[in-house]
Design a protein around this ligand. Structure first.
Ligand SMILES: [Fe+2]
Ligand SMILES: [Fe+2]
Length: 378
């Protein structure tokens, strides 16, 4: 399974949405209707933001088709298509500081415009997230520091020559070191997941999956620290992981469902596709072996997360879990692509271009995450 589309198809099959039309890339514009303003259904959702207009120009009439380009806080530029429900024109100085976690800006300047039409609209597409983090209460990913040492080096890393000059080699080393720290933190994320499952009386099948997944993450961390070591020329591993800021075990079923959706259903699905996309341009055998293992395992972890949601939804008489998940799948932020474009040499060691990263995020969302969510609630 070394092409991106094969991995998408495999994930769809694994998540039981292989036969749904939703597993095709949805490129049709619009699609939302004014009815969705009051009663959003399926993968439509209502959101607020603004569009720019020239001074003296009225806002677009309410309830028109609208195509917006959106640059989020942690997001690549993304086309949003939908129907506007309401518009209010204001001068930017009058605007309150936004209370959402989304930074609405114009795509071309990155600045807030002077005259804005604030709107509420209903939109079709969603946003996605990054990796599979161990989250702090404020939403940032907790990772350990890096230290020199061989405690996490278990493979024959360091043996094969790295065919890169210094700046490229440093870029690749930095990427794999970052990946290693995230994989290492994922072990902690699964440890918390295990405690949450126990606290909610989950079946043995889910506990077994959680424990096996944690072991997979140990292996991923070893693989990535191994690659970083090879690129750095010096053995590297994690420092102690400071858990002071880590979120504690979820207090409710809805909180747990939200964490599973963000970290597992979205994070691990995108992680599997990210690895598959990196394989396309990668020629180095050690990097390929690591990416293949990660793509395979993260697919399984994604499936575990979706099974967990199904289990939570099976006992949700008052709809609390379902409502929370509806919100999560409507508001999940898109991760940042890396700022620098890799050279061809760097690409053979697992680096992706910005366009490829955006494709991973957008395709993962449109072709796998949303169809799986729609299949679960329909
Ligand atoms: Fe992993
Ligand atoms: Fe994982």
């Amino acid at each position: 399974l070394d092409t991106f589309d094969q991995r998408v198809a495999a994930l769809c099959r694994l998540l039981g949405v292989g036969l749904m039309a939703g597993c095709q890339l949805n490129t049709e514009p619009g699609g939302a209707t004014v009815e969705d303003c009051t009663n959003p259904s399926g993968n439509f959702f209502v959101a607020s933001g603004y569009v720019e207009v020239e001074p003296g120009v009225a806002c677009p009439p309410a309830r028109t088709d609208l195509e917006l380009t959106f640059l989020g806080d942690c997001c690549p530029v993304q086309e949003w298509q939908g129907v506007t429900c309401e518009f209010v024109q204001r001068v930017v100085d009058d605007l309150p500081v936004t209370s959402t976690d989304t930074d609405w800006s114009t795509a071309d300047t990155g600045q807030r415009p002077e005259i804005t039409c604030e709107y509420t609209g209903v939109f079709k597409t969603g946003q996605a997230c990054c990796g599979r983090p161990l989250l702090a209460a404020d939403g940032h990913a907790i990772v350990a520091g890096v230290r020199v040492g061989t405690a996490w080096i278990t493979t024959r890393t360091g043996a094969a020559r790295v065919d890169l000059e210094r700046p490229e080699r440093e870029n690749v080393a930095a990427y794999w070191l970052g990946a290693a720290r995230l994989e290492h933190a994922s072990i902690g994320s699964f440890a918390r997941f295990t405690l949450e499952l126990l606290q909610l009386g989950a079946p043995a099948e889910l506990l077994r999956g959680a424990q096996q997944a944690a072991l997979d993450e140990v292996r991923h961390a070893e693989l990535c620290f191994g690659l970083a070591t090879r690129m750095c020329g010096e053995p590297v591993g994690p420092t102690a992981l400071n858990l002071d800021e880590a979120t504690s075990v979820s207090a409710s079923r809805a909180d747990f469902a939200e964490a599973v959706a963000r970290e597992g259903c979205v994070g691990e699905t995108l992680a599997a596709l990210d690895a598959a996309a990196r394989l396309v341009g990668t020629t180095d055998p050690d990097v390929r072996a690591a990416l293949e293992a990660i793509a395979e395992d993260e697919s399984r972890h994604a499936a575990l997360a979706w099974r967990t949601l199904r289990w939570l939804l099976s006992d949700d008489a008052d709809g609390t879990v379902r409502d929370r998940l509806r919100h999560v799948f409507a508001t999940q932020p898109m991760p940042d692509p890396a700022l620098a474009e890799p050279t061809p040499g760097e690409r053979s060691y697992g680096m992706l271009t910005q366009a490829e990263q955006r494709r991973v995020f957008a395709d993962g969302w449109q072709r796998v995450v949303l169809p799986a969510w729609v299949a679960m609630v329909s």
